[in-house]
Design a protein around this ligand. Structure first.
Ligand code: 13P
Length: 253
């Protein structure tokens, strides 16, 4: 089956509202969505909460994702943003389980599961991030870690809803370090994730689901990953921030 590619920029805590607006202007000026369509690539960004509304308004067809969402629809959760708040500004994609949330905010796969189920119930698309730390990699337990993150994170997700999930494999040791995983590692783990999806949700779902690689992806190396059979795109941090670099990533897919 020929799957589309997905290139998503995760801006993390970067870009003010004005900077995000300038990025959107560049995307429009450079006709990036036309280029993306011609290459069968879905294009998206995940701005800060503050910029979501204006980026969505000026997105010209870009997918616009939040970087997280709370599982509860309202309540005493200081600093969190709820799914109804996101829906109100027409956001229907969210990243969940990014390693920076797991590392700095103690996010567990169990919490991710609650968030994912709440998002799916509201019709969202979810980019669920998984990945092992350097220590886990050195210990040779990468697949055990990925399996736990997938089994717990996707617990009680229905066969219908799995079509709304994208998995991003982001080895923690490769994020922001310039130490990108080799194509062999990326393919091995993405193929393993596809196998797990097949076991859990059936062969058809496993052939349809998009699985991304993330971790020090740059315009110079993105092509190598796209040549891997089970890698359907990239989740990119640093190299997605400047519009020229984002454009180069797309051109090199
Ligand atoms: P970098 O591309 O900066 O390594 O970040 C990857 C990432 O965490 C995307 O979510």
């Amino acid at each position: 089956m020929r799957r589309k590619k997905l290139l998503m920029g995760n801006w993390k805590m970067n870009h003010t509202i004005a900077e995000a607006a300038a990025f959107c202007e560049d995307v429009k000026r450079d006709n990036l969505l036309k280029l993306a369509r011609s290459k069968n690539v879905l294009l998206g960004v995940a701005p800060s909460y503050l910029s979501l509304q204006s980026v969505k308004k000026h997105s010209h067809g870009l997918i616009v994702a939040s970087q997280d969402a709370h599982y509860a629809d309202h309540g005493a959760f200081t600093s969190s943003v709820s799914i109804p708040m996101l829906k109100e500004i027409n956001i229907n994609w969210s990243i969940i389980g990014h390693s920076e949330k797991r590392t700095y905010d103690g996010e567990t796969s169990f919490t991710c599961n609650r968030k994912i189920k709440s998002l799916l119930a509201e019709g969202f698309h979810v980019v669920y991030c998984v990945g092992e730390t350097a220590k886990e990699y050195d210990e040779g337990i990468t697949k055990d870690i990925i399996k736990e993150q997938i089994l717990t994170g996707l617990m009680n997700v229905s066969k219908d809803d799995i079509s709304h999930i994208v998995i991003a494999y982001e080895p923690v040791w490769s994020i922001g370090t310039g130490k990108n995983a080799s194509e062999e590692i990326a393919e091995d783990i993405c193929a393993y994730i596809r196998y797990l999806i097949s076991e859990l949700f059936g062969k058809v779902a496993s052939q349809k689901i998009l699985i991304l690689y993330g971790g020090s992806v740059k315009p110079e190396n993105i092509h190598n990953y796209m040549a891997c059979k089970d890698v359907d795109g990239a989740l990119v941090g640093g190299a997605s921030l400047k519009s020229q670099s984002f454009k180069a990533l797309l051109e090199n897919i």
